[in-house]
Design a protein around this ligand. Structure first.
Ligand code: GDP
Length: 195
């Protein structure tokens, strides 16, 4: 995908009306710090349009990035901050649940997992939750550059087994540093847009 323009068009909080339009939406989920902002920036060829390293306790929002007036990359709020209060966690859950339930244009959900570590309990819950909402998550294994090439296959297996992915699930290694995996992710997105 050649990026002609990319802009943050809509920011939705817990009481916001979700946008109503006719373009495909592609959502990205993952725990805080997994590299979600870096991935979205990398896909859009922007340095810092999506914020990086959002702080715990910051207002949780769903951000819609309009790319080329043809597709929305949807940044779901990160999870996994131990310090967040129970009521914040509940708000987070309601916000995502409402989106997954009611978006008419959502075509695919990518779940980001740090390639170095075994998926956490929260990652597994998120995977199951997306599946339960009717979407088969596509996995992006982030921070590929932090591993030696010889370790990659073993770690992809670890991610697949940790999440108990459904057979045939794609796991795409990605690095925001080298941009490895970027073209493959765009190919999948473009395939989903054509559906
Ligand atoms: P988010 O909280 O999921 O949006 O994560 P960020 O994109 O803010 O990334 C969290 C931290 O990991 C930042 O310090 C990034 O620079 C770093 N990071 C993100 N992706 C990569 C990557 O592919 N490789 C390396 N080496 N660092 C990364």
């Amino acid at each position: 995908m050649i990026i002609k323009n990319a802009e943050l068009e809509t920011v939705c909080g817990i009481t916001s009306v979700l946008p109503d339009h006719d373009k495909a939406e592609i959502a990205f989920a993952g725990k805080s710090n997994v590299g979600k902002s870096s991935l979205i920036n990398g896909l859009m060829n922007r340095k810092s349009l999506a914020r990086t390293s959002s702080q715990p306790g910051k207002t949780q929002t769903i951000n819609f990035y309009n790319v080329n007036q043809t597709v929305y990359l949807v940044d779901l709020p990160g999870y996994g901050y131990a310090k967040v209060s129970q009521s914040e966690k509940e708000k987070w859950g309601k916000l995502i649940e409402r989106y997954l339930h009611s978006s008419k244009q959502l075509r695919a959900v990518f779940l980001l997992i740090d390639i170095r570590h075994e998926p956490s309990q929260n990652d597994k819950m998120m995977y199951d939750w997306i599946l339960h909402n009717g979407y088969e998550p596509i996995i992006i294994a982030t921070k590929l550059d932090k591993l030696k090439r010889s370790q990659v296959a073993k770690h992809i297996k670890m991610v697949k087994e940790g999440l108990h992915v459904v057979p045939g699930t794609a796991v795409i290694p990605f690095s925001a540093v080298t941009k490895d995996g970027r073209d493959e992710i765009w190919e999948i997105i473009e395939g989903c847009m054509a559906q």
